[in-house]
Design a protein around this ligand. Sequence first.
Ligand SMILES: [Zn+2]
Length: 377
Amino acid sequence: MSSRGWCTSFAILLILGSKSLAALSFDFTYIDDANGTFATRGWLDPDSLFQQNIRAAAELWGAQFDSDETIVIDIDPMSFAARAGGTNTLGRFLYQNAAGKDVWEFGPLTRILTGDNPGEDFFGFDILLGFEAEFVEDYYWFDPQPELRSASVPSDKGDFVSVVLHEMGHGFGMTGYRDYDTGEISGDTATQFDDLSYYGGDGNPFDSNGDPNPLFFGGNLAASLYGSDLPLTHKPSDDFLFSQNFYHLSACNAASADSLEGTLMNGCVLPDGERLYITPFDMAVYADMGYPLAELPGDYNDSGTVDTADYVVWRKYDGSQVGYDTWRAHFGATADNGSGAHGNAAVPEPINLSQIILAAAAVFTRRRRCTWAVQNS
Ligand SMILES: [Zn+2]
């Protein structure tokens, strides 16, 4: 957040007595099927953990962007028959690229930049999330305090907030038009993500042996942060990660780690019993597509570092859970590295606003069990 942005927020807070810092907001519509799949589970109730978990994930996304717009999200039980999924509408034509493809802007981004999304006018949403209810019930865990994200995730379940975060990531702009069989963009239309990704090797989707060539995301900001263009997931058709092709970070090559396996938008795994977080590598991808990022989320006093002084500002002027979560997630980050501490630093808990309690968060360990392959698109 810029100095100007903070002062503006401050002024509005004083006038309205609001308890929220400026952030992207969301308008949710739950669309049930004819069987009442959501209704019979109580998931049309705004107080249900299903909806609470979705809202908490959305608020974490909202804090990442420098915008006061409202993103329109539809959520249904039928659009993604396989477990969970997220997509979007396209907002506006941007340009024709060297390959002759019409490159379109993601609708959520068009809304953030212009206040409107023509794709939403037509289809009714900026982002569409779909959840297969039975799978969600059987394999995911609803966080009872999704805004805290501190309860232990059962070792045999996936964290639903993490799932929603991931699918919303697809909704904001990790989708496109590559054909699963050929790896090519078959029609005339491409997304910004398509336009910024390319094949290594001989430049074709498959090499002369018929094996998949590596796929990369070539955005400048992401490459600058990572040190080179970011490997994306591109697996052969007989690989269990085949369905993750093109629109996920990491090559997911067990024999050759690329350090993107732990990103939110990784195509490798949602580890049971653990949480995923929005990482700087994830956000750099969205920045490359034109999303205006909050300069340093959680740096409420614009000091260039997210530290206890920001907690004091949050306590005095904000007090919201999402404001706290954002601060905590980036605790220790600086304007130079932009990355947060994610649970390995001693940070104050908001248990009692009149006290600052130091608590060591759980160590972030990694295990690899179930995979995105069977859980999302
Ligand atoms: Zn995915």
